[in-house]
Design a protein around this ligand. Structure first.
Ligand SMILES: *[C@@H]1O[C@H](CO)[C@@H](O)[C@H](O)[C@H]1NC(C)=O
Ligand SMILES: *[C@@H]1O[C@H](CO)[C@@H](O)[C@H](O)[C@H]1NC(C)=O
Length: 820
């Protein structure tokens, strides 16, 4: 501007100085190339072409820069340097470049003006081609945001004309004109949503007014600032899960998750129970506030609560927090965690042992708090008991008897009851009850043996305990209390109770008298044991009492019979030779066995060399021939001893008269003696035959009885053998045969048994009651078998045709045959 002014002033001074009329003006556009002809200045100055050179036409510029020159050959004004209007004139509407054309001879000054016209050589330009705007998403529509304006150095229509904003959803452009400057503004037309689009890129274009227009652009980046405008939202509106009731504490059973579409703290969430959630639920579960994990905090029990329903909220951490909500349903699954219980309704009653089948002993219930199969209980008892469980009303069982009881075998039962549910795994519990069995008097007292054998020495035992019987009763109490008694019977016409007494409490049997073997050898007592039950039961036993012989009888001399105190007189001839039988002493002993074995001994004699006594037979014989020197009267003292302990003895005095003239009688005697011996031999034979026949009869009877009894006839009247089954074969059994006939046999008693060691023996006694000294006495040893005895008999009976074979049977037999 200043320069303009300065150029104008100068031109005026020159005008004053030189009269310069002409005013030449050229108009050119800017940016012409060098050499471009502006105009024919020589012609315009009215100069001849020759004058151009001669007068030295030249162009002077007021500014230092020479934009123009003169082509002296053509007289044309040409551009010598490129001109930029914007540099030269800036924003001025007109741009005039004053020049001076100078010619010499005469010096003349011409004013030349060159108007430089604008061309659209500049585009609008934004100073910053990128702009960032931060806008809160909560900003209301209508809000304006000022933008930077663009610059275009061109003028007029070549300068900035308008702005254009690319099309977008949220913003429009508004342009304000302020002091001729157009200022673009963004106007929010539609609210922003960061959650939809967190940034927007806009393009602002500035356009000039030329044709063709030039433009410049700037990018506007809009960053949407988050605001807490979104509530947390759960992934699912409701959660559902099932957990077994035995889930341990601390187990995470469910995780809820919510999402907040906001940003930063606005999207940071915390989880919690909805405030109205009952404390009972909050005690059982806990929620991790950060993670939303729901875990078990307390013991779950299906039986108490089977399901839980509550709500969980998620809250963000925005300045004004927002929350979201979901519902949670937790179903508790039953686990077989309850052991079945056994309920005893009452203490089991004791049962009588005679209780009928099906008697109820106890009522037992079962309970299981679980449900379904887990709660289904069944009861059982251990096998092998006489009880069974009978289902009764709902879950109750009756323990009843299912077989007969016996208090004596099992006085008490321990019943183990097992309750088992049907769950998986099976749970069971056990309990024991004891059932007492009450005694009933169903057992009689029992003697260990049905018969007993007692041996009593004769002459002893009066007032002593002979024997003690004892019976056992397996029942209890009064039912097992036993009293003993002796059943009344007759022994030889006298009541047994006068012989024996029994202690009713302990079964001790006392003899009230002593016994005489010679009168009574054996008898039986029936003993009864009776319990105190009601009704009472009893059983019997037999006690066989054997009287044992004692040597209580001295031998008694039968022959020669002597008047008391005097001697018997025997005669013999002096002519007797050695071995002459003088007499025969005979004695008997009332005892039996060893006690009755008799031996004879010459105790005293006037001349011991003359006589001898046979130890066994008692025969008195001469040892030598009688001589003339021998006294005619000889006294002999013969001692007779038995074999008992202590020895009992007796003596007999025999006076022997030796007669000289006693020939006839002697021969007579001899003859007679021979006759007698013949006769006595006959008698002996008869005796033996009768004895043998008796023995045979006895034996036959014995065998017939034996066979009869052995053939199993029960209670046969002809069989009087007790224990008939095996009495013959078993030597331990007693045999007894009694025969009573009117014949010569008065009494036959056959006793079989083990008592051979005792003094029981077989023997035959032939009592020489006659005046004759002819007799046979067979008296075998007490230990001899019956067979031996028979052999002895056999030996004395050569024609015997029978034989006794059994070697097993030891029989005590006693035959007493009397000859009348
Ligand atoms: C039985 O009782 C009587 C009297 O009390 C007694 O003397 C006897 O010894 C008892 N017998 C037994 C085997 O205890
Ligand atoms: C015992 O003997 C008596 C008398 O003989 C009789 O009445 C009773 O029935 C017998 N008892 C038994 C159990 O045999």
């Amino acid at each position: 501007m200043r320069r303009k002014w300065w150029i104008a002033g100068l031109l005026q001074a020159l005008a004053v100085w030189n009269i310069i009329e002409a005013q030449i003006r050229y108009t050119i556009p800017e940016e012409l190339n060098e050499g471009t002809v502006v105009g024919n200045i020589a012609k315009d100055l009215d100069l001849k072409l020759s004058e151009v050179f001669e007068r030295n036409l030249r162009i002077a510029s007021e500014s230092g820069k020479q934009y123009f020159g003169v082509d002296s050959a053509k007289g044309e004004l040409v551009v010598s340097e490129r001109i930029d209007r914007e540099t030269l004139c800036s924003q001025s509407a007109t741009c005039l470049l004053p020049l001076e054309a100078i010619v010499e001879n005469p010096l003349q000054l011409y004013r030349v003006e060159i108007e430089i016209q604008d061309i659209n050589d500049n585009s609008p330009v934004f100073q910053n081609n990128e702009k960032v705007l931060n806008i809160a998403e909560s900003t209301a529509p209508g809000a304006r945001f000022r933008l930077e304006s663009a610059k275009d150095p061109d003028i007029g229509s070549n300068s900035l004309h308008s702005y254009v904003l690319n099309k977008n959803e949220h913003f429009i452009l508004s342009v304000k004109n302020k002091d001729g400057t157009k200022i673009p503004e963004l106007v929010l037309e539609k609210a922003l949503d960061r959650e939809k689009e967190s940034s927007h890129n806009l393009l602002l274009t500035a356009v000039d007014g030329a044709t063709p227009a030039r433009s410049g652009t700037a990018t506007i980046i809009i960053r949407v600032q988050d605001s807490n405008d979104n509530s947390p939202v759960f992934e699912k509106p409701s959660y559902k899960t099932r957990v077994p009731e035995n889930t341990p504490k601390g187990t995470v059973i469910l995780t809820v998750k919510a999402i907040d579409s906001d940003e930063g703290v606005n999207s940071e969430l915390t989880y919690s129970f909805e405030p109205d959630t009952p404390m009972s639920i909050q005690h059982v579960f806990s929620i991790d506030s950060e993670l939303g994990a729901i875990s078990v905090k307390d013991v779950l029990d299906f039986e108490t609560v089977s399901s839980f329903k509550f709500e969980v909220i998620a809250t963000d951490k925005g300045a004004s927090p927002l929350e979201g909500l979901c519902s949670v349903e937790i179903e508790i699954l039953d686990v077989n965690d309850n052991v079945p219980e056994i309920l005893l309704k009452s203490v089991p009653k004791p049962v009588r042992e005679d209780a009928p089948l099906g008697t109820v002993v106890a009522l037992i219930g079962a309970k299981d708090s679980d449900s379904g199969e887990n709660g289904k209980v069944h009861l059982r008892i251990q096998p092998g008991l006489p009880f069974t469980l009978k289902p009764s009303i709902s879950n109750y069982y009756a323990l009843v008897t299912d077989s007969y009881l016996d208090q004596e075998t099992f006085p008490k039962y321990t019943v183990e009851i097992t309750a088992q549910d049907s769950g998986s795994p099976l749970l069971e519990s056990k309990t024991q009850i004891s059932v007492d069995v009450l005694d009933v008097n169903d057992n009689p007292p029992v003697f260990p043996h049905s018969s007993y054998t007692v041996y009593v020495k004769e002459n002893e035992g009066a007032g002593n305990v002979l024997f003690t019987v004892s019976a056992f009763d397996p029942d209890q109490g009064e039912n097992a209390k036993v009293s003993y008694s002796v059943l009344d019977s007759q022994i030889k016409g006298i009541s047994v109770s006068s012989y024996f007494y029994i202690n009713s409490d302990n079964g001790s049997i006392y003899a009230m008298h002593s016994f005489d073997y010679e009168k009574m050898k054996v008898f039986q007592i029936q003993v009864q044991a009776k319990d105190h039950g009601s009704p009472s039961l009893s059983s019997n036993a037999t006690v066989h009492v054997f009287i044992l012989d004692q040597n209580d009888n001295a031998p008694a001399v039968i022959y020669p019979s002597a008047v008391m105190g005097s001697a018997s007189h025997q005669r013999m001839p002096r002519s007797a030779k050695a071995g002459h039988l003088v007499t025969k002493v005979t004695a008997v002993d009332a005892d039996s066995g060893h006690n009755a074995w008799i031996s004879y001994r010459l105790a005293e004699a006037a001349d011991a060399s003359l006589f001898s006594v046979n130890l066994h037979t008692g025969e008195v014989r001469t040892k030598r021939s009688v001589s003339e020197q021998d006294d005619s009267s000889q006294r002999l003292l013969i001692e007779i001893k038995d074999n008992g302990e202590p020895v009992q003895s007796t003596t007999v005095t025999v006076d022997v008269l030796i007669e000289d003239g006693f020939h006839e009688p002697v021969s007579d005697y001899r003859k007679k003696s021979a006759e007698v011996s013949k006769k006595s031999g006959k008698i002996t034979l008869y005796l033996i035959i009768s004895l043998a026949s008796v023995s045979l009869l006895c034996l036959m009877t014995f065998f017939i009885l034996l066979v009869k009894c052995a053939r199993g006839s029960r209670g046969s009247s002809s069989c009087c053998i007790r224990r008939s089954e095996s009495g013959y074969k078993n030597p331990n059994r007693n045999l007894q045969i009694q025969l009573n006939t009117d014949g010569p046999i008065k009494y036959v008693e056959v006793l079989g048994g083990d008592m051979m060691s005792q003094s029981q023996s077989f023997g035959s006694y032939l009592s020489p009651m006659s005046e004759f000294s002819d007799f046979t006495l067979v008296k075998p040893s007490s230990t001899t078998d019956f067979t031996d005895t028979l052999n002895v008999l056999d030996a004395s009976l050569p024609d015997s045709t029978w034989k006794f074979e059994s070697q097993q049977v030891r029989i005590n037999a006693e035959l007493i045959c009397t000859r009348e």
